[in-house]
Design a protein around this ligand. Structure first.
Ligand SMILES: [Zn+2]
Length: 355
């Protein structure tokens, strides 16, 4: 991928291209920013551009010459890739790296060493790596990548030039999904909206949660009031087996509740068209029907319930138990029909005021 194809990171790309063009590349960079926003991709593109044989324009990569192709297939002798083996980056890996750096670049150009998750250098490896940072070999550029730079030792991060990467917009992530997975507009928009600014997360979600699964889970939300106790236990047991499955379900439900709230505020109160503001905007008529069943307060209450379940799981609560608690609480508070909710509003208010 050339620099021009990296979306949403104009500032980082400009700094790096200018440095490359001006012959001022730093010996050590620290690429920081959220997961899945293009840090590694940019590091690899920089490594290609440093050695490209036929750059289409100065300071970029052609993606076709033998040097670019070798970087792409991780076979370039002077582009060294390093990352955690198991939990950490270990001292043996750093010693190996230092042995390789003793020689001049093998292909005669410039050498790039890209270290993924640099915040996982263990203490011994950090100490050893410090020597390389203090006396970097000629024609060698170290690129450390981290989404948790505060976990790096100050002695390491203070010796690097920081390049900041931003969370990506929904529009940019949609473009990436369409390019990488040939997704249609509706699907790309949906996964991009769910991904919290991370293209990596959006790509993983589109692999994990297909559109049929999304519909099944939203149907479960709608039909929860009609489920028997036995059915709820069975459903929770099945879903709770996989951590990712539970996380995806809860995030989907939260986004559905958010869509219903948008519908209530914009359409029912202000008479506006929700347009692109719905994340599930292919389910506009379903959202309209569903929004009518609930009061604003009820949806707000459900949003809180789902968030509480997510927090409990983040603190290692038993997944199945947390899911059962959530579903029974939702069932208890689900309107059986629209009249039920209207009654709740009317009588609920009276009860609150009479207390
Ligand atoms: Zn090239």
């Amino acid at each position: 991928m050339s620099f021009g194809q990296i979306l949403g990171q104009e500032s980082a790309v400009t700094i790096l291209r200018n440095a490359l063009l001006g012959g001022r590349l730093a010996h050590a960079y620290l690429f920081v920013g959220p997961e899945g926003v293009g840090k590694r991709l940019t590091a690899l593109t920089l490594a290609k551009a440093m050695n490209c044989q036929f750059p289409p324009e100065a300071g970029d990569s052609c993606e076709k010459c033998s040097s670019c192709l070798k970087v792409k297939s991780s076979n370039h002798a002077d582009v060294i890739l390093l990352g955690p083996e198991g939990e950490n980056i270990k001292i043996d890996q750093i010693r190996d790296l230092q042995r390789r750096l003793r020689y001049r670049p093998l292909e005669g150009g410039r050498r790039a060493c890209i270290m993924d998750s640099a915040d996982r250098l263990n203490d011994a490896a950090s100490n050893a790596f410090l020597k390389t940072l203090e006396e970097p070999p000629d024609e060698t550029h170290l690129i450390l990548i981290s989404s948790r730079p505060h976990q790096l030792r100050p002695t390491i991060h203070s010796r690097c030039q920081w390049i900041k990467f931003r969370a990506l917009s929904i529009g940019h992530i949609s473009q990436i999904l369409k390019r990488e997975q040939s997704l249609e507009d509706e699907k790309a928009h949906f996964y991009a909206s769910l991904a919290g600014g991370s293209a990596g997360q959006a790509l993983a979600l589109s692999d994990r949660v297909d559109f049929q699964k999304r519909l099944n889970w939203l149907r479960l939300f709608t039909e929860i009031s009609q489920k028997t106790t036995e059915e709820i236990f069975d459903t929770c047991e099945r879903i709770a087996k996989e951590e990712e499955e539970v996380n995806d379900l809860l995030e989907l439900w939260k986004i559905w509740v958010r869509d219903l709230l948008v519908f209530k505020i914009q359409v029912e109160s202000a008479g506006e068209n929700p347009g692109d503001r719905l994340i599930n905007h292919d389910l506009r008529s379903e959202a309209a029907e569903e929004a009518r069943r609930y009061s604003f307060d009820r949806l707000d209450f459900f949003f809180g319930l789902i968030s509480d379940a997510q927090k409990a799981m983040a603190f290692n609560a038993n997944r199945q138990l947390a899911l059962e608690t959530l579903m029974f609480e939702m069932q208890k508070n689900s309107p059986k029909n629209s009249q039920w909710d209207a009654d709740f509003r009317r009588y609920g208010q009276k009860i609150i005021f009479s207390l």
